[in-house]
Design a protein around this ligand. Structure first.
Ligand SMILES: *[C@@H]1O[C@H](CO)[C@@H](O)[C@H](O)[C@H]1NC(C)=O
Ligand SMILES: *[C@@H]1O[C@H](CO)[C@@H](O)[C@H](O)[C@H]1NC(C)=O
Ligand SMILES: *[C@@H]1O[C@H](CO)[C@@H](O)[C@H](O)[C@H]1NC(C)=O
Ligand SMILES: *[C@@H]1O[C@H](CO)[C@@H](O)[C@H](O)[C@H]1NC(C)=O
Ligand SMILES: *[C@@H]1O[C@H](CO)[C@@H](O)[C@H](O)[C@H]1NC(C)=O
Ligand SMILES: *[C@@H]1O[C@H](CO)[C@@H](O)[C@H](O)[C@H]1NC(C)=O
Ligand SMILES: *[C@@H]1O[C@H](CO)[C@@H](O)[C@H](O)[C@H]1NC(C)=O
Ligand SMILES: *[C@@H]1O[C@H](CO)[C@@H](O)[C@H](O)[C@H]1NC(C)=O
Ligand SMILES: *[C@@H]1O[C@H](CO)[C@@H](O)[C@H](O)[C@H]1NC(C)=O
Length: 566
């Protein structure tokens, strides 16, 4: 509907030529945004002759082509021809230029200029914005300000732009820096339409505005023009690019499977109109956007005076061995020169992942071993007893021996009580061993020596209860010890168990005891502390005693105590 209406209205206007032929429409060129100030004289030119056609206005005009202007006002859909018959000729057309004397706020809109004859048509539109100055400021914050580049420490002249053709000779010009009137500024002097910078300094950067006032046909007009001055390093300081990374001193250590991150960091000093290019070559080919494995990102750091640092980061995810062998070269270039550096990539031996895995494994193993050692030290007796109770073979079966333990001790009241009450009580009643206690089991009247030897031969263990009296008075005890040792050495079918009932001084020890103590560990009786049948003393003793599965007497207690000892 809207389109039809537009078409019809357009046809009505240029009815004589209205045929169905199309017009080359370049659309709205938003790059050509024109900004004017309300109340100021202004002019706009048709962009067709600048950017779109080979013609200039005079050749087009002489070829019989006519130029027409249209406007789509802000908030309207309809394209209308511009009325150039306004009072005071507020808007008038001169060749390819449209003049406003002055521009008003409602002139804002999209302006179209169209060049045509009966067989040819071309048109383009561009936006025009009329601005109102911010109260208290010399400009509008909406103004898009053009930048002028001045060299540091140079003499530069800023000329009030785009003013020729506007005014007669008599004008007044005021210069402002960031809307402050320039009077008595250091090193900056206004001179009519020019502002002279005797020496450009970094802190002279800013928005410089010239306001031209003149009188025409009895009316006062102003023109406002603003440029942003930026200071750049002078050409004497400009250099070819310099590359921070990669460099000869840095190796990139990576391993296959890891990600590669190669930064190429280049410092570009300011050079007017120079290109600043930087790119990565992978095996001689530009990697960006061509190699799907390679991701290149760019970041720019603007430094003072127009110098800048550009970083191109090349990234490859999970490297393959082939990737490690490729040639990664970064190249940077400006108008003064080109630099290139190859990134030195070296393969890391043993990736951290494997190392950490290995370390973890090793740590876990060490930890486990330590735990086992600790557990073994704390619980080894229990473990041995447990093992014996469940998997040990009964060594008492078929060895032709009658007694489990022959007890050798000093015949002394204290030792006797220990042997007959404590030892016997636990070993016989609780553990179910058969003890041979000479004074209890020998028949009266026999020859002591013979009987002792025969008893020892019939026993599986010789339990020696060590006490000071053992070596002092016990002639029989010493005989028993000697016989036991001899038996152990010659036939090896009896084992010695040393139980220290009371400590003896080493100088008092007999030769045989010293020998025995050297090879055997001593189970120490600790008095009251050792009384409890489930305690350490008894477990140690139990381990030293023969493995015996069946308990001839009080079987249940025997099994019970073995289990309890766990
Ligand atoms: C227009 O172009 C012609 C030749 O192409 C040239 O002679 C003439 O000076 C130009 N006119 C203007 C105003 O530039
Ligand atoms: C000018 O045209 C553009 C489309 O390119 C549109 O977005 C904009 O609103 C138009 N401006 C006016 C004032 O009509
Ligand atoms: C713009 O505003 C002026 C007065 O403020 C008025 O005379 C003129 O007709 C308006 N123009 C348009 C296109 O609306
Ligand atoms: C219209 O202008 C074009 C381009 O300048 C030209 O080639 C053509 O001959 C003109 N047609 C007429 C009828 O003047
Ligand atoms: C220029 O303008 C000033 C005031 O703005 C006036 O005094 C002076 O006479 C004018 N000169 C000429 C030649 O018009
Ligand atoms: C100059 O103008 C630009 C654009 O309007 C603005 O971003 C900048 O802050 C201004 N500079 C100063 C010093 O006011
Ligand atoms: C880096 O090494 C290359 C070749 O080995 C050499 O040509 C270049 O001068 C070196 N650059 C620096 C800064 O040392
Ligand atoms: C790596 O590539 C660069 C650029 O293509 C080349 O100059 C350089 O000689 C190559 N280096 C090696 C070791 O092939
Ligand atoms: C490259 O990496 C950036 C940042 O991680 C990501 O945004 C981008 O999509 C990646 N480009 C390609 C082509 O993978």
């Amino acid at each position: 509907m809207k389109f039809c209406f537009l078409l019809i209205s357009w046809c009505v206007f240029i009815l004589p030529e209205c045929k169905s032929e199309r017009c080359d429409d370049w659309g709205v060129d938003n790059m050509k945004l024109t900004q004017l100030y309300e109340g100021e004289p202004a002019r706009i030119s048709c962009p067709l002759f600048q950017d779109f056609l080979k013609h200039n206005y005079s050749t087009a005009h002489s070829a019989g082509l006519t130029l027409m202007w249209y406007r789509t006002s802000q908030g309207k859909d309809l394209e209308e021809p511009i009325n150039i018959r306004l009072p005071d000729n507020r808007i008038n057309k001169d060749k390819d230029t449209l003049w406003f004397r002055p521009a008003l706020l409602n002139d804002t809109g999209n302006y179209t200029c169209m060049l045509r004859n009966t067989s040819f048509c071309s048109r383009v539109a561009f936006p025009l914005e009329v601005l109102r100055k911010e109260p208290g400021l010399c400009i509008s914050p909406a103004e898009k300000i053009e930048v002028v580049e001045f060299y540091l420490d140079h003499l530069e002249i800023l000329t009030c732009p785009d003013t020729d053709g506007f005014f007669p000779a008599n004008i007044t010009v005021n210069w402002y820096m960031d809307c402050n009137l320039v009077t008595g500024f250091v090193e900056r002097e206004p001179l009519g339409l020019q502002l002279i910078f005797r020496t450009v300094r970094q802190h002279y950067e800013g928005n410089y505005t010239c306001v031209v006032t003149y009188e025409e046909n009895g009316k006062m007009y102003t023109l406002t023009r603003t440029r942003r001055v930026k200071a750049y390093s002078s050409p004497s300081k400009s250099k070819p690019p310099s590359m921070t990374t990669p460099n000869n001193n840095t190796d990139y250590l990576v391993a296959t499977g890891e990600d590669l991150n190669l930064p190429c960091e280049v410092y570009f000093s300011f050079i007017k109109n120079s290109h600043t290019d930087i790119w990565w070559l992978v095996d001689g080919k530009n990697a960006e956007n061509s190699d799907p494995k390679v991701n290149v990102t760019t970041s720019v750091k603007d430094l003072r005076s127009g110098d800048k640092t550009i970083i191109k980061l090349l990234r490859i995810k999970s490297l393959t061995p082939e990737d490690l062998k490729r040639n990664y070269t970064c190249i940077a270039s400006n108008s003064l020169g080109t630099i290139s550096r190859q990134a030195i990539i070296k393969e890391k031996v043993g990736t951290p992942r494997y190392i950490t895995e290995l370390a973890c494994g090793l740590g876990a193993t060490v930890f486990l071993v330590v735990c086992l050692i600790v557990a073994y030290h704390v619980y080894w007796l229990e473990m041995v007893l447990f093992y014996r109770a469940h998997f040990g073979t009964d060594e008492t079966i078929g060895d032709g021996k009658e007694y489990d333990v022959y007890v050798s001790y000093a015949r002394n009241a204290e030792e006797e009580e220990f042997v007959l009450v404590t030892l016997r009580g636990v070993l016989e009643n609780e553990f179910g061993y058969k003890l041979c206690i000479f004074d209890r089991d020998s028949l009266p009247g026999g020859i002591i020596t013979d009987e002792t030897l025969s008893f020892i031969k019939k026993s599986r263990r010789l339990l020696v209860v060590i006490s000071p009296s053992y070596v002092l008075r016990g002639t029989q005890a010493l005989l028993e010890l000697k016989a036991g040792l001899e038996n152990m050495a010659t036939q090896g079918n009896i084992q010695l168990i040393l139980v220290q009932f009371k400590a003896i001084k080493s100088k008092d020890r007999v030769k045989e005891l010293k020998l025995a103590q050297k090879v055997l560990s001593v189970i120490k009786w600790k008095g009251e502390k050792s009384m409890y049948p489930g305690g350490r003393f008894w477990k140690q003793l139990h381990v030293a005693l023969p493995v015996k599965k069946t308990c001839p007497s009080k079987e249940s207690i025997c099994i019970y105590t073995e289990l309890q000892s766990l």
